[in-house]
Design a protein around this ligand. Sequence first.
Ligand code: TRH
Length: 381
Amino acid sequence: MRRLEHWDIFCSVVDNYGDIGVSWRLARQLAQEHALRVRLWVDDLASFHALRPEIEVGRSQQWLEGVEVHLWPRPFPDIAPADVVIEALACRTPDNYLQAMAKRHPPPVWVNLEYLSAEDWVAGCHGLPSPHPRLPLTQWFFFPGYTADTGGLLREAGLIDRVRTFQASPTAEAEFWKSLGLPPRTHDELRISLFGYENPAVAALLQQWAAGPRRIRCLVPAGRSLEGVAHFFGAADPMPRQALQRGALTVHCLPMLPQDRYDRLLWACDWNFVRGEDSCVRAQWAGRPMVWQAYPQQDGAHWPKLEAFMQRYLQGLAQGCARPLERLWRAWNAGDVDALDWPAAVEQEACLREHAARWAEGLASQEDLASRLVRFCESKL
Ligand code: TRH
């Protein structure tokens, strides 16, 4: 069998960080764990730099952790296509590159890597072919997902062990907090990370935290949640690492963290508020209670996504434990200040924490996305 050794991954950064976040993790894993030659074509190196500060924004070609990173030039140069071509997350392969793919014998395996969804239809669409309307090429749909009949989830080898080792080590945790310039954790406080989109419910949530009986230290990386936080505290322009305090609540504004350090923040926190796709998956691997804000879409397409994931995630949990979290997720996504009930959810913390750890273990017993993708592509030869 011909080995599919050369891979080209195309990534167009629409907005936010999820597109490059996912594409980068995949590229790195293919290079490091599957010994593949991977070129990653990205059209926005500034976003990439935010996740990986080693990326030099002014360089058109550079190497990072075994991946050849290219600024996606337009027009695209005439180059020989790779053995496998991945269009990540709704971007489009350049036309001249497509023409070259069509001339190759056999043509490259061409994959459309889709967005993650927990909806039931995903399994039926995963792996379907889509013939090109003019060229002798077939593109294959590859859908990430939560079940064995989908493309799975990105998970590096040994990840769950690394999470567990970190979480079992007070020293590692303390060092991590110190490296962020934060005080050590006290036994009576909750640490919560907050990463989301603009949300009218931010103030209500912070108010409930401030008024609560338990000390809460909330960590907010730079981004779209920060404005609501600043507004709540009447702090026009909070500085990175600035601490803001009201009642039982202390908020620390953090700079945007390198991706691997952000992962660690999720491992170290008791609760994680996450969004979109990649941070949501990473919070699941962290195995701690989480609140997910789906990427808001104008036509409301994110609501079925939210419901589908929530039903899957909460399946098997006792009603008394699941319902308060379900209500919190809905209120948070709707920005519904009146329905937001943090005290009810946190009351279930013990069972939610146990559940989150079990959920991560269950998911991790499945094959990871990169391995499934390699097998999938080999099956198309
Ligand atoms: O940035 P996002 O909102 O991305 C979204 C989604 O992917 C969505 O599906 C897509 O349609 C839309 O973009 C265009 O959220 P997400 O997916 O969680 O990606 C954030 C990335 O940023 C993730 O890889 C983690 C990373 N990150 C850091 O590296 N450091 C940080 O400090 C933070 C907060 C995030």
